[in-house]
Ligand binder design. Structure first.
Ligand code: GCW
Length: 721
């Protein structure tokens, strides 16, 4: 009977300890454990008929086959049909009754190029579903959505989903260098294998494309905004074309960053002046060549005259001159320019938070139709919390796009668990009031200005690398997922997205969901609390940006911490009211007034906009000093509270990820304490007030934290910031 016991053990191990390295992300398609449920889905999904006339339709069919076979443990029979429109039928029917087909057509008319319909069209006890769209890519999106229904164990009865993306260009921005170092990348090297391309095209690109398409991402900027002109040379363009070829069936367009000085660096010209006709002609030729190799190339992303990057100002021209010159080269091919608004200059004696607005606002209406100004969510730089960027809504005649950061540059890299759904949503839902109430950031980026083509853009700075699980921290993939889902539909709620992700990535059991979801949902606020509470910002360590550094000073002012927190004997915070930098004047009423007035400024933004005395009386009744200290402690407490919760899932998730997350949580708790102890003791040197009750004693003296050095932190740039 020994073999029986061994067999039983294998079964048990198979069920509970299946090796899981995270590679499959949220597309795991593991067998549904509940037999009754499985049987129910099975009855509906044994036969599929579809056309396979394009690579995209074949990808859709293959995905459905893999997904259903995995989830339901039965092979799917495919039959080939030539449907009049992009349609995939799940069930025995090979075609739809005319009446149903006509009804679908009417609905599809409202769903645009990429939208899809999922419908239960069962008749007389015969289960039948339809996945249909106006285009092949719409069908692929529909397939992923259909599989999501099953993966999250939603009923298919009465299935009726009509979905279309709110934003046209939903992009990942890779800050990947050609030597495969990823700027602010914490999950290994760049996935783009430049040296072996174009000869070897790793299957990983297909899995990358599948993951992206499953959440509706339809573009990838392959290269770092701190750009290298080499990617535009004949040596590299065929490599780019090979990647584009692998991503194409999944509806993903490839984009590149354009180094503004490329005409000089690789073109042999004496100047890159955008108004010099020879320069325009060079770019035109360059762009024509790109489109010869990549007919569906998306366009350029440009960082110009920012942090040392070249740009039109180097030639006495402005951002519109530069962007328009590139736009003219791309326009005949349908390409776009995403011109970043992330500009600031330490030689300008003005609050850094104001500079982008000051430079760009006067250029409203001066950009070509195919130029999008890409704006970070906040006016400084992807801090744990920022108010929305004042440019949103301030340029009514210009297409404005949103740039979010998925990689956790200022949020613990890939060692801290921080679910960014709430951060992304907070920005999208912010009401700018620029065109009256309801002028949310989401609405502004979704709606092209009157008379302009729809080139709406949302971009997320990628957190992907060669790590087997793609994102380093097993939970960081939730941020990639949340970005894609919100890019498709900014009205979704971060809580619902997190539940979907947990169900697909870990388990559908209520125990796992009820334990893990509160951890994810409290994590962003916890990170704010243990690092930069109450509107504090930019107080991280220098260079690698990992860990606390409120004492950072002595380098260019706008890269220091002291520039931003302004702690002194009187108090702390950056006065951006009328008595200070007056950055608040860049916001519309009533936002400006709400944040200017201490009675209405929310605690979260208090020290972003105000310099306040240490004894300032907070809403809670406590002094500002006590409140700061308690926020730090609260952040630590929250992280600590996750540890037993996660431990309770020991037998409910696979051992690989269980151990990985446990280990990282231990580190996160330690580093949350580090943030607390460093910042409180540093600020105490100004406040000269006792640390309030309820806050733990620091483990080490301030000097310990000030002299702590971390070496070889991944993602660090060469620049000294
Ligand atoms: O967030 C900061 C980073 C830089 C980055 C820059 C930018 C790519 O520290 O590494 O450069 O912003 O967004 O351009």
């Amino acid at each position: 009977m020994r073999w029986l016991r061994v067999a039983a053990l294998c079964l048990v191990l198979g069920a509970f300890a299946r090796a899981e390295d995270g590679y499959r992300l949220w597309l795991r398609y593991d067998l549904i454990g509940d037999e009754a449920l499985r049987a129910d889905y099975r009855a509906a999904t044994q036969e599929v008929s579809a056309a396979d006339s394009s690579a995209t339709l074949r990808a859709a069919r293959d995905e459905l086959a893999t997904g259903l076979a995995g989830l339901l443990g039965q092979p799917v029979t495919f039959s080939k049909t030539e449907n009049p429109q992009a349609t995939l039928l799940v069930g025995p029917a090979r075609s739809l009754p005319a009446k149903i087909a006509d009804g679908l057509k009417a609905e599809l008319a409202r769903l645009g190029d990429e939208g899809y319909l999922l419908k239960d069209v069962s008749q007389a006890g015969q289960k039948q579903f339809v996945i249909t769209a106006n285009s092949d890519i719409g069908v692929l999106y529909g397939v992923f959505s259909f599989l999501r229904q099953i993966q999250t164990q939603r009923s298919l009865v009465g299935l009726n989903v009509a979905s279309a993306p709110a934003i046209k260009h939903r992009l990942l921005n890779h800050w990947d260098n050609l030597n495969r170092h990823v700027e602010r990348g914490y999950a290994g090297s760049s996935i783009w294998e430049w040296f072996v391309l174009p000869d070897y095209v790793t299957p990983r690109y297909r899995d990358y494309a599948r993951a992206n398409a499953s959440i509706g991402i339809n573009g990838a900027v392959l290269t770092n905004v701190n750009a290298d002109a080499t990617v535009l040379t004949p040596e590299f363009l065929p490599k780019v074309a090979a990647i584009a070829g692998a991503l194409r069936p999944y509806g993903i367009h490839v984009y590149l960053t354009a180094r503004f000085s490329a005409p000089v660096e690789i073109g042999g010209l004496k100047t890159a002046d955008p108004l010099d006709p020879a320069v325009g002609a060079w770019w035109k030729k360059q762009v024509d060549e790109i489109y010869r190799l990549i007919p569906d190339f998306g366009g350029f992303l440009v960082k110009a005259n920012s942090e040392g990057q070249p740009g039109p100002q180097s030639y006495g021209r402005n951002h519109a001159d530069g962007a328009n010159m590139l736009a003219d080269a791309l326009a005949p091919h349908g390409g776009i320019v995403m011109w970043r608004a992330f500009v600031y200059d330490n030689n300008v004696p003005d609050d850094r938070a104001k500079q982008a607005y000051n430079e760009f606002k006067p250029l409203d209406g001066k950009f070509r139709d195919n130029v999008v100004i890409q704006i970070k969510n906040g006016p400084i730089d992807f801090m744990p919390r920022e108010p929305f960027h004042p440019l949103f809504g301030a340029m009514p005649s210009t297409t404005l796009g949103l740039e979010l950061q998925i990689t956790q540059e200022y949020l613990g890299a890939s060692t801290h668990l921080v679910y960014l759904g709430p951060l992304f949503k907070e920005c999208l839902a912010s009401d700018t009031f620029t065109q009256g109430p309801g002028s949310t950031v989401a609405k502004i980026i979704e709606t092209p200005p009157a008379g302009r083509s729809n080139h709406s853009v949302i971009a997320g700075v990628s957190n992907i690398g060669t790590d087997r699980n793609w994102t380093g921290h097993p939970m960081a993939a939730a941020n990639w997922y949340a970005f894609g889902r919100l890019a498709w539909n900014p009205a979704l709620e971060p809580a619902a997205i997190s539940e979907e992700w947990i169900r697909q990535t870990f388990s559908n059991t209520s125990k796992v969901i009820d334990t893990l979801q509160p951890i994810l949902l409290s994590s962003r606020e916890a990170a704010v609390n243990y690092s930069m509470p109450l509107g504090l910002h930019h107080i991280m360590a220098e260079g690698h940006h990992y860990g606390p550094g409120p004492w950072v000073s002595g380098i260019r002012a706008d890269w220091t911490a002291t520039y931003y927190h302004r702690a002194d004997a009187q108090g702390i915070g950056f006065d951006r009211t009328k008595s200070g930098s007056n950055a608040l004047a860049q916001y519309s009423e009533p936002v400006r007034e709400k944040w200017e007035n201490l009675a209405t400024c929310p605690d979260e933004f208090l020290l972003w906009f105000h310099h306040l005395p240490w004894d300032y009386k907070m809403r809670s009744g406590r002094t500002l000093w006590d409140e700061i200290c308690l926020h730090y402690q609260h952040g630590v407490d929250t992280v600590r509270s996750w540890q037993p919760s996660w431990q309770s899932l020991k037998n409910d998730v696979d051992q690989e990820r269980f151990y990985h997350v446990s280990a990282l949580l231990t580190r996160q708790e330690r580093e949350a304490r580090e943030w607390r102890d460093a910042c409180i003791q540093y600020f105490e040197t100004f406040s000269k007030r006792p640390i309030p009750e309820g806050v733990e004693k620091p483990e080490h003296p301030l000097s310990y934290y000030e002299t702590l050095r971390r070496h070889y932190v991944p993602g660090t740039t060469n620049a000294s910031k």
